[in-house]
Design a protein around this ligand. Structure first.
Ligand SMILES: O=C(O)[C@H](O)[C@@H](O)[C@H](O)[C@H](O)COP(=O)(O)O
Length: 244
């Protein structure tokens, strides 16, 4: 498989007053993108991540207006733990969105946590392929991404060999520096083939890494997110943007 090579087209950096406004900015952008995708293509395919993003989305999405039955929800990465485990990202979203929105469990495309990590990645890739038949790389409408304190995004960690993975859509990782160690993750070519990638974060704790990535352009995983023909958004509060 060849990797998309074109330079990405558009980066938008949006700085708002506080965490609450990061969440509302994020949710209104997701609403706009969802409704555009549904009008244009009849469905909306979104990739989710864990961490504070889940809090932003579970708080704000229940009040948006959209055709919920047209949504399919995927995971940019997922921890290989049972859905009953507090570490499961799906568990967070199920608790936060099923019931408070018309979304059903069946609309979430989830991993099989009973498989070993290699098989879980293959199984998840085949589920993603079912939603994106006949293409070299899938084209998600939106991928929502977090950034860890080391600059990681999804389960792509600094200096890890998975950053060079170009042969699969979904890769296993069994040595994640951040526990739990076993996860599955979208690979960079998949992330960079999306129509839109969005980072959203708040707080002074993010400021130094935001500066290293957006200011200094250090080659950390979050800086490698550059959709080749899509949009890239960084939604920050003033504290997270304070070192730029
Ligand atoms: O799977 C994980 O371990 C988390 O989802 C992780 O990747 C998270 O997205 C970042 O560490 C940012 O987390 P915060 O947004 O909570 O700072």
């Amino acid at each position: 498989m060849s990797t998309p090579l074109l330079p990405h087209t558009k980066t938008v950096r949006k700085v708002v007053d506080n965490e609450e406004k990061v969440a509302s900015e994020l949710c209104s952008l997701v609403q706009k993108l969802a409704n555009y995708a549904i009008t244009e293509r009849g469905h909306f395919k979104i990739g989710l991540s864990g961490g504070s993003l889940a809090k932003f989305l579970c708080g704000g999405l229940p009040s948006i207006e959209t055709s919920w039955d047209k949504w399919s929800l995927f995971f940019c990465d997922e921890r290989l733990v049972p859905f009953s485990d507090g570490d499961s990202t799906y568990k967070l979203y199920k608790a936060g969105l099923v019931g408070s929105t018309p979304l059903t469990e069946e609309q979430f495309v989830v991993i099989n946590p009973e498989l070993d990590v290699e098989e879980a990645a293959k199984d998840y890739e085949s589920k993603v392929r079912n939603s994106f038949p006949d293409c070299e790389w899938p084209k998600f409408d939106v991928l929502l991404l977090g950034m860890g304190p080391d600059g990681h995004t999804a389960s792509l960690f600094p200096d890890h060999k998975l950053l060079d993975e170009r042969s699969v859509w979904i890769a296993p990782i069994s040595d994640s520096p951040k526990p739990p160690s076993c996860r599955v993750t979208m690979t960079l070519p998949v992330i960079n083939n999306a129509r839109c990638c969005i980072f959203a974060m708040a707080g002074a704790g993010k400021a130094e890494m935001v500066k290293r990535i957006l200011g200094d352009g250090e080659a950390l995983p979050s800086a490698m997110v550059k959709p080749v023909s899509g949009e890239l958004y960084w939604i920050l509060d003033t504290a997270a943007a304070s070192k730029l």
